[in-house]
Structures are given as C-alpha cells and as structure tokens.
Design a protein around this ligand. Structure first.
Ligand code: PLP
Length: 420
C-alpha cells in the first residue's frame, strides 16, 4: 500500500463480504446457475420497500424538500421515533436522545468515535458485523469474544464477564447478523446484570462501560421469536445503552439511507456534533416520508404481514433442505430460522477431499468449492471476524426467490456427496 497514505488508510481492509459478492456476480454474469445468498440486502423484485415510503419521498422532493436537514435530524422524525419506541418497544426515550443519520453505519461510527479513546478496550462477539473494521478506525484495543452454535453465536453473561473488566464499550447485535439468531430474555438479562455490576464497581469520575445495542433487524422476527432490549429488561441500562436502528432492514430500504441512534442525551449530542462534520445526514425528503410511515402502525403491520412470511418461507426451505441432507449423513447443519434474513449453515468439509483431489482445509476453500460446484453463494463466518475453521457460513435470502433455493438444493446435495 502506498506510503503516501495515512497509517490508518494503509492498514484499512475493504469488506470481505463485498469481495465475495463481486466474485459471485461475475459467475452469474457468465451465465452459471448461482443461488446468491451472499448479500445482506434485498432484491427490490423480491422485497420492495413500502409503497407509501416511495410516494412520500417523491412528493417531498417535488415539494422542494431539497436543502440541508438539521444536524440531529428533522424534529418530526425524531418525535416519530420517540413515539415509535413507546408504542412498539415500550421504551420512554427523551427527544434529545434521538439522532437521525444516513442509515445505521454513521450511528455506529459516531458512537465509536464519541465514546472510545485510542487504546480503550472495545468488546465484541465474533462472529459479528464489521466491528473488526470499526475498532482500528478509532484505535481501540479489540477484545474478541468467540461465540459458537451452543449459544446461537451470541455472547452470554458468563463469556463476557472477564472481557468487560475495564472496557469502554460492548457491542451487541440482536437479531444478529450473520447468524440470524436473537437474544432470549434470559441471555440478554444476564449480560445486562454483568454490565451493571461492572459499572457499579467503577469509582466516581471513571468512565462507564457503554453498550452499543444494534437492533437493525428487530422488526424481522417470526415463529414466535420476541425481540428484547437492555432498558426493556433492566431500566437502569438506559443510562448506558445506545441503540442503532433504522429503516434499512425493517422496510427493505437499504438504499434509502435513514437510520437513527437512541441513547443518553450527552452521548447522542456528542455524536450529532461529530457527524455534522461528516455530513452523514439522511436527506430531508426521506426523513419526512419516514416520519409519516412510523406512526402508521396499520401500514407497518400490513407490510410485514407480506414480508415476514416471505423471509421465513425462504429460510425454512433452506433449513429443511439442509436438515434433509444431514439425515442422509452429509456433514451439514443449520440454526433454526427465527429472525433477520439470515441462516447459519455448517458445511463441515474441513480436511476432506474435493473430487479433483484438493483438500478443503479452510472455510474459504469450502466457499469456493461450493460456489463453483454447486452454485452456492455464501459468506463464511471469517468475513465476520471468526477465526475457527469449522465450516460455518451465513446464508442470506433477501435477494433470492423460493425457486432459486429449490434449484440450489439438488446441486448442493451433489457437491457435498462428491467430497470424500
Ligand atoms: N447493523 C447491522 C447488524 C447490519 O447488518 C447493518 C447492515 O448490514 C447495519 C447495521 C448498517 O445498516 P445501514 O445499511 O442502515 O447502514
């Protein structure tokens, strides 16, 4: 890398997920049958955004809503978020504790920047989404907590307890990218108790341990799964919790770019000042259209009555297909679909031989084998910071049809059976 760049820029890595996605698209462009389960996004043909959002944005642009929004977001959207959290999550949040931005990413970046000094300990589970990129940006000391299938790839109070000693920030994400799992009340409650105990131990004047609670997928639950929040379970956690949220996943609106952070007023105000200089505002027209959508519970429920079964159907097809392969004795497994657009699947081919005689040692080698032999586009947990080569992958269904999945399964069976 060029020495003309800053040390930070020289060390920065691009997203592995995007690299894998580009490889998959190349194969598809060459006419190969591929079921693209790599992208954490929605194909608008499969999952369109709510029509009233599109119409609202167009109407507001026509009406001349084309100038800068206020740095912390339009008051009508901030008020709509306060009411939305009260109605849907039972949370009371102050208006000044809401910051609007261009999606969830600037909120995450702003929180890292506003809370973490160089050298501070930032604790996050692996696999998890993008923390291995954000920690070096702020010069934090990363404290990775490996999580496996036994806890749904989510951390527990017990696994976090030691890691949190002296830490500045704990990153939690539920429902979870990449695993598609979510915290139970008990699992999150125990983590909150560990955080509260750690904060109770700190002396006056010492900076507290905060929790960045990324609930970008909280509206995407099904099969009886219920989303829980730290302040919802332990009200005292409100002092320490910064929510990451937005319309990107809940309304399949990843390209619309409206997100929000909710948290303690002093932290949210600092994040707003920081992001002013980044200019990561959500456009005015999109903020107003979102402010019109959020209070309309009936429209949201009607939208999700279509969207959620469509996601669940796809994830269930995959999980059932994998379960059938497992019954045949093939080395595969998966989690149970319950939230997000993701399923964790294990293709435990590590150490086995592909038909051409090469040994599939790493998950990257398994990924390439399954892509080229079965047309399965999947992303290994290594792209989410995991280190163990145990064959776990993220399968994302936002950009595929049920027909795509049905066509994949026999190809996958053949490719798995051919490995010795
Ligand atoms: N948080 C999680 C867990 C995500 O998976 C994503 C996007 O994939 C984001 C945050 C960022 O969302 P946005 O697209 O609104 O920036």
């Amino acid at each position: 890398m060029s020495e003309r760049l800053s040390v930070l820029a020289q060390g920065l890595q691009g997203s592995q997920i995007l690299r894998i996605g580009a490889e998959v698209r190349e194969l598809m462009a060459a006419g190969r049958p591929v079921c693209n389960l790599t992208v954490g996004d929605f194909a608008p043909a499969q999952f369109p955004v709510p029509a009233r959002l599109v119409k609202g944005i167009a109407r507001q642009l026509e009406a001349g809503q084309t100038n800068y929004p206020p740095a912390n977001g339009l008051p009508e959207l901030r008020k709509a978020v306060v009411a939305f959290y009260k109605e849907w999550l039972g949370l009371d949040v102050p208006l000044d504790g809401v910051l609007i931005a261009a999606g969830g990413r600037p909120i995450i970046y702003g929180a890292y920047r506003a809370l973490v000094n160089p050298g501070d300990r930032v604790v996050y589970p692996v696999p998890s989404w993008s923390n291995e990129y954000y920690t070096p940006i702020v010069g934090a000391t990363p404290v990775e907590v490996p999580c496996g299938p036994e806890s749904g790839f989510l951390p527990t109070g017990a696994t976090l307890e030691r890691a949190l000693r002296g830490a500045t920030l704990l990153i939690l994400n539920s429902p979870m990218n990449p695993a598609g799992t979510l915290f139970s009340e008990r699992q999150l409650g125990e983590i909150c108790d560990v955080v509260l105990a750690e904060n109770a131990r700190r002396k006056a004047g010492e900076r507290p341990l905060f929790v960045l609670y990324d609930q970008m997928y909280w509206m995407l639950t099904f099969g009886g799964a219920t989303h829980v929040t730290p302040p919802g379970l332990r009200p005292e956690m409100a002092k320490y919790t910064i929510f990451v949220d937005g319309i990107s996943k809940a309304f399949a609106a990843t390209g619309v770019r409206v997100g929000w952070g909710v948290g303690p007023v002093d932290v949210i105000k600092a994040m707003a000042v920081l992001l002013t200089h980044v200019g990561a505002w959500a456009p005015r027209a999109e903020q107003i259209a979102t402010a019109e959508l959020l209070p309309d519970g009936d429209a949201i429920r009607a939208y999700h009555r279509v969207m959620l079964p469509a996601i669940e159907e796809r994830l269930t097809l995959l999980a059932d297909g994998i379960a059938a392969l497992k019954r045949e004795g093939l080395p595969v497994d998966s989690t149970v679909p319950c939230s997000t657009i993701y399923l964790s699947a294990q293709f435990a081919l590590n150490g086995r031989r592909a038909p051409d005689g090469t040994v599939l040692a790493t998950n990257e080698e398994i990924r390439r084998y399954l892509l080229h032999s079965a047309g399965l586009g999947a992303v290994q947990f290594q792209a989410f910071g995991a280190r163990e080569e145990t064959g776990w992958f993220r399968l994302s269904v936002g950009a595929v049809s049920t027909a795509d999945i049905r066509a994949l399964l026999p190809r996958l069976r053949e490719a798995l059976a051919a490995v010795r």
